[in-house]
Design a protein around this ligand. Structure first.
Ligand SMILES: CC(C)(COP(=O)(O)OP(=O)(O)OC[C@H]1O[C@@H](n2cnc3c(N)ncnc32)[C@H](O)[C@@H]1OP(=O)(O)O)[C@@H](O)C(=O)NCCC(=O)NCCS
Length: 186
């Protein structure tokens, strides 16, 4: 499944790379953890379908790279462990590109999400040439909102997405680069 068109990006502690077939069990475990999926589209109701979702998402992530950007698997550089997913995705029904991430619970609280999100922004602005990147979080997901703010996105208002009220954040290419702190790729 890994092909050269999916670039590998290294940060201080992480390797962002294309999903490989061997990631399936770890990715299904991530999608099957209620704490991880609570604030993702579909939420905990999708936990029983984690195996199938892992299959379809891995295939969709792979295909999406045709447009020049997409979602990587995150690997911990020091151990090779599967950490989660992060990257950029075209949003439905708008021309916006969203930064997204989800980490296995045991890797929370180490600044990995910020490190991966900063790498995704850098790739989007400096390699792809995007003009703007957005982020959407449900109001309860304060951890994710902190990640977005830490990498330079600003709150632009509440909006409705897929029937839910979400907090919208955005960063323009003209505001990049920002100093996102330790671990930011340079
Ligand atoms: C959101 C998520 C990626 C954050 O990962 P993380 O590795 O813990 O985040 P970081 O360690 O980079 O922390 C980023 C900031 O969030 C803060 N934070 C982390 N967990 C938090 C929590 N539970 N409540 C409030 N703030 C929190 C950190 O203190 C840090 O803030 P700082 O920059 O001011 O120090 C992780 O919780 C996750 O995978 N959640 C499930 C999937 C998800 O919700 N994805 C986002 C969908 S919009």
């Amino acid at each position: 499944m890994r092909e050269p068109r999916i670039p590998t990006v290294r940060t201080e502690r992480l390797i962002l790379r294309g999903f490989a077939p061997g990631d399936h069990a770890d990715f299904a475990a991530l999608r099957g953890d209620p704490d991880v999926v609570r604030y993702l589209p579909g939420g905990e109701a999708l936990v029983p379908f984690a195996e199938q979702i892992a299959n379809t998402r891995m295939a969709a992530f792979h295909d999406a790279w045709d447009c020049g950007y997409g979602v990587w698997a995150i690997e911990e550089a020091s151990t090779g462990a599967f950490v989660g997913q992060a990257g950029l995705a075209a949003m439905d029904r708008t021309s916006d590109v969203e930064v997204l991430y989800a980490l296995a619970r045991r890797f929370w609280g180490r600044g990995y999400a910020r490190e991966a999100a900063a790498a995704a922004l850098r790739f989007g602005f400096e390699t792809v040439g995007l003009e703007r990147i957005v982020g959407y979080v449900v109001p309860e997901n304060t951890a994710s909102a902190r990640v977005l703010e830490a990498v330079g996105l600003r709150f632009t208002g509440d909006t409705t997405y897929n029937g839910f009220t979400v907090r919208a954040f955005a960063i323009e290419a003209t505001d990049w680069p920002i100093d996102a702190g330790p671990g930011t790729p340079s």
